[in-house]
Design a protein around this ligand. Structure first.
Ligand code: GDP
Ligand code: IMO
Ligand code: MG
Length: 430
C-alpha cells in the first residue's frame, strides 16, 4: 500500500500533525496538497513542541522528502519564517528534504490585506478566517490573475503579472476598503528577494512524487483543515477555499487518483471548530468550557479559543463517506477522562422527523438539532496506555460505540500529544 491519504474528518485541528509525524516514520515522502499557513499542525516529540503551518509534518524525520504541492497557497514570508524557525532548533531543512512546487500559487501582501478587509466588510456574516490571505489567493487562482512560484521566479513574467494584479487590487484597497495602495516596485523587490531564497527548493514536485511512487516509494498525503471546512463538501460559506480531503490530492499534488491506495480520516473523540458557522453538537456551556480547558483547545495558528462540543457521528460518517475512507483514527481520547457521562450526536432532528444523514444543503445544518445519546465515562489516566485491551472498559465501550455509529473501522487511538502516545488497532501495513 505505497500511498496513504490522511485527512481531517471534522472542522480541522483533529491532530493531523501528530499522526502525520508518526506515520511519516514509515513514509519516504510527505506531501501537502492544499491550504496554506491557515493550517497549524502540532507535533510533540520528547517534550519538544513544533507547530507547522506550511512545512509538511514529516520534517522532523531526517531523510524524508517533504513536498509542498502545487495546490498549496504559499506565503513566502511565512514559509521562510517557518524554515528559519526549524533551522534555529537544529532541524536540517534544505532543497533535498523540502521541495516546493513551481506551480504553487503565491500569497502576497494584498491577499492578506484583502482577506482581513473582506472580513470587516462582511460584518455579522463574517467567516472568521485566519486572515492569512487564503480565500483571496485561491480566488485569484480561479480568476486566472494569480502568480505561481514559477511566475515569481521569472523576471519578465513577475513584473507584468504583478503590475496587472496590483492595478486591480490597489483600486479595491483604495476605493472599497479605504486602505493604502501597495507600491509595485517595493512589492517586486521584496517578493523577488524572498523567491530567490526559495529557489533551491523549487521544482516539478508532481513529477518527482509520481516517479517516486512508480519506484515503490511510500507517499503520505497530509491534509490540512477538515472535511467540514471543504469548499465543496463543507458548511459553505463557512469553509476554507480548498478541497481538504483525498479529493484535493489529484489536483493539488498532480498525483493520479487511481494511485491512492489507502485513505484514513482523523477525528477527535469530541469536536471543535474555530471561526463562524454551524456546529450542531456545540456545547456553549460548562461542558464546552471543560473540554476546552482539558484539551487546551486554543488555535495553533491564531490562538483563538476553539468552540467545543460532543462528538458528532452524523458529521464524521458523512466526512468518511465522501472520502471513501478505509478507516479512521480517534485522537484526544484522554481529554474525556473524568467526564462522568460522555455524549455524542448520533442523529439530527430536522423538520419532519429524525435523520442519520448529513443535510443535503449545507445551509440547513444551521437548523438541525442534534440527538445526543450518552455512555458512562471513566476516571483512570489513559495517557500511558499502549494496548487497546489495557484501556478501561468504559473507554473501550465508548470507542466501540463511536465505531458502530460511524460504521467504519477505527484503526488507531491517540491518548496524548506526544508521538509515542498511540494505541494501534489494526492499521494496515503500507
Ligand atoms: P491539526 O491541525 O489537525 O494538526 O491539529 P492541531 O495541532 O491544530 O491541534 C491538535 C492539538 O491536540 C495539538 O495541541 C496537539 O498537540 C494535541 N493532540 C494531538 N493528539 C492528542 C491526543 O491524543 N491527546 C491530547 N491530549 N492532545 C492531543
Ligand atoms: P488545520 O490544518 C481549524 C477555519 C477558519 C475559518 C475558516 C476559513 O490546523 O486543521 P481561512 O483562513 O482558511 O479562509 O478560514 O476555516 N480554518 C481552520 N480551522 N483548523 C485549520 O487548519 C483551519 N484553517 C482554516 O477558522 O473558520
Ligand atoms: Mg490545527
Amino acid at each position: 500500500m505505497p500511498s496513504l491519504s490522511v485527512f481531517g474528518a471534522q472542522w480541522g485541528d483533529e491532530g493531523k500533525g501528530k499522526l502525520i509525524d508518526l506515520l511519516a516514520q514509515d513514509a519516504d515522502y510527505v506531501v501537502r496538497y492544499q491550504g496554506g499557513a491557515n493550517a497549524g499542525h502540532t507535533v510533540v516529540v520528547g517534550g519538544q513542541k513544533y507547530v507547522l503551518h506550511l512545512v509538511p509534518s514529516g520534517i522532523l524525520h531526517p531523510a524524508k522528502v517533504n513536498v509542498i504541492g502545487n495546490g498549496v497557497a504559499v506565503d513566502p514570508i511565512k514559509l521562510l519564517e517557518e524554515i528559519e524557525g526549524l533551522r534555529a532548533r537544529g532541524i536540517v531543512v534544505d532543497g533535498k528534504n523540502l521541495r516546493l512546487s513551481a506551480g504553487a500559487h503565491v500569497i502576497f501582501e494584498h491577499h492578506r490585506l484583502i482577506d482581513q478587509c473582506a472580513e470587516r466588510w462582511r460584518g455579522e456574516g463574517r467567516i472568521g478566517t485566519t486572515g492569512r490571505g487564503i480565500g483571496p489567493c485561491y480566488a485569484d487562482k480561479a480568476a486566472r490573475t494569480g502568480l505561481r512560484v514559477c511566475d515569481l521566479l521569472d523576471p519578465s513574467t513577475r513584473r507584468a503579472r504583478l503590475r496587472a494584479a496590483l492595478a486591480e487590487k490597489n483600486e479595491l484597497l483604495l476605493q472599497v476598503h479605504k486602505e493604502k495602495a501597495l507600491d509595485l516596485e517595493g512589492q517586486l523587490d521584496q517578493y523577488t528577494a524572498l523567491a530567490e531564497r526559495l529557489r533551491p527548493l523549487v521544482g516539478d514536485t508532481g513529477k518527482e512524487v509520481r516517479a517516486a511512487y512508480r519506484a515503490g516509494k511510500r507517499i503520505l498525503f497530509e491534509g490540512a483543515q477538515g472535511a467540514l471546512l471543504d469548499i465543496d463538501a463543507g458548511t459553505y460559506p463557512f469553509v476554507t477555499s480548498s478541497n481538504t480531503g483525498p479529493d484535493g490530492i489529484a489536483a493539488g499534488a498532480s498525483f493520479p487518483p487511481r494511485q491512492l491506495d489507502q485513505i484514513l480520516g482523523i477525528a477527535k473523540a469530541y469536536c471543535t471548530r474555530v471561526g463562524e458557522g454551524p456546529f450542531p453538537s456545540e456545547q456553549k456551556n460548562a461542558i464546552g468550557d471543560k473540554i476546552r480547558e482539558a484539551g487546551h483547545e486554543y488555535g495553533a495558528t491564531t490562538g483563538r479559543p476553539r468552540r467545543c462540543g460532543w462528538f458528532d457521528a452524523v458529521a464524521v460518517r458523512y466526512a468518511l463517506d465522501i472520502a471513501g475512507a478505509d478507516g479512521w483514527i480517534v485522537t484526544n481520547l484522554d481529554v474525556l477522562t473524568g467526564f462522568p457521562e460522555i455524549r455524542a450526536a448520533v442523529r439530527y432532528r430536522v423538520a419532519g422527523g429524525e435523520t442519520r444523514d448529513w443535510p443535503a444543503e449545507a445551509s440547513s445544518v444551521e437548523r438541525v438539532e442534534p440527538v445526543l445519546t450518552s455512555r458512562p465515562g471513566w476516571t483512570e489516566d489513559i495517557t500511558g496506555v499502549r494496548r487497546y485491551e489495557d484501556l478501561p472498559a468504559a473507554a473501550r465501550a465508548y470507542v466501540e460505540w463511536l465505531e458502530m455509529e460511524v460504521g467504519t473501522p477505527i484503526r488507531m487511538l491517540s491518548v496524548g500529544p506526544d508521538r509515542s502516545q498511540v494505541i494501534a488497532r489494526g492499521l494496515k501495513p503500507w
